[in-house]
Design a binder for this molecule. Structure first.
Ligand code: ASP
Length: 322
């Protein structure tokens, strides 16, 4: 019988599908089941990679792609609409072993932005490609493209119409930046963080951004250090919530740095970062994992779609705070 490998690191995968005002009272049992099934499918896809000695990077891509393909989430297929009725998608991925990173922003015809972010990491000498240039790069690498109507969902279109109605009727709220808070109530950005059996970390995030966004707005998700970060000496992080605030405190890097330099535990660090977000009026959450397999799923909203699986087969999904 083969001797067990005492040096093997048990793996861990954590996923999220966005934080927001997600209340038990306003969600039907069927809807809850659909979200939990999608989170489970993402966990299973990533777990299969990790259990087969695959890399944390591959696991993150596998999990995020499942959520991008699911119309329930604000990423890939279910991306929200911008003010012009178009979908502009952002995604990023980072390798905690090498600190290599890849990201795309404002892409309109890519089926799986996380896969192209991975290509930017592996096959370009850049970190962040935007708009048409990112689409040309994706085409040159044979990435799967789709027509704009692929991203059409009734729910997201209704969200846009509602946003526009609010904007017309409540211009003061728009001026005071209170409108987005209301519109982002559902969340839906997706992300994954993983620790693989080799002891390496990775993080990835994918989003359609925020409903009714304008002027080429880009959020925190594709900004390395803000919504996505991974460093084997700190932790791997994927964030969700009001991107502008996460950018301003460089939230994902902040958490990793608290662990690396201040030796904060992942729970303490995640709480400190979310407190800083709250102090600036931001709402949202984050998932994180470190090299020991400890993890956090922390949020200051009423809910966050989330789930985790480990090497021992323990698996859980959750949506509400309690
Ligand atoms: N953080 C995303 C953004 O600002 C949105 C979200 O997570 O809901 O683009």
């Amino acid at each position: 019988m083969a001797k067990p490998d005492s040096t093997a690191v048990p793996f861990r995968l954590v996923v999220h599908g966005g934080a927001g005002t997600i209340d038990r009272e306003s969600m039907s049992a069927q809807s809850e089941r659909e979200y939990r099934d999608a989170l489970t499918a993402a966990l299973v896809a990533g777990r299969d990679v990790l259990a087969g000695h695959g890399s944390a990077l591959d696991a993150v891509v596998a999990s995020v792609q499942i959520l991008e393909d699911c119309p329930l989430f604000n990423a890939g297929r279910g991306a929200v609409f911008n003010a012009d009725g178009q979908n502009e998608l952002d995604a990023a991925i980072m390798d905690g072993r090498t600190l290599a990173a890849g990201a795309v922003a404002g892409v309109t015809n890519i089926k799986n932005p996380i896969a192209v972010a991975r290509l930017v990491l592996a096959e370009s000498k850049h970190v962040l490609l935007a708009g048409e240039g990112a689409e040309r790069f994706a085409a040159s690498r044979g990435a799967v493209t789709v027509l704009p109507d692929y991203f059409f969902t009734d729910q997201r279109w209704a969200d846009l119409l509602r946003a526009k109605r609010l904007e017309e009727n409540l211009p003061d709220l728009v001026r005071d930046h209170k409108l987005e808070v209301d519109l982002d109530r559902i969340g839906g950005t997706v992300g994954a963080v993983a620790l693989d059996m080799h002891g390496d970390l990775a993080a990835g995030t994918s989003t359609g951004g925020i409903t009714n966004k304008r002027f080429g707005r880009i959020g925190d998700s594709p900004i390395i250090g803000a919504g996505t970060y991974a460093d084997n000496e700190g932790c791997a992080v994927s964030a969700t919530g009001k991107g502008e605030v996460f950018i301003r405190i460089v939230a994902a890097h902040e958490l990793s740095a608290l662990m690396k330099y201040r030796h904060a535990s992942i729970t303490e660090g995640a709480e400190l970062v979310m407190q800083k977000i709250a102090d600036l009026g931001g709402q949202g959450g984050l998932i994180a994992v470190d090299r020991t397999g400890r993890f956090a799923m922390t949020f200051n909203t009423s809910g966050m779609y989330r789930g985790t699986v480990g090497a021992s087969g323990d698996r859980e999904t959750a949506i509400f705070r309690r």
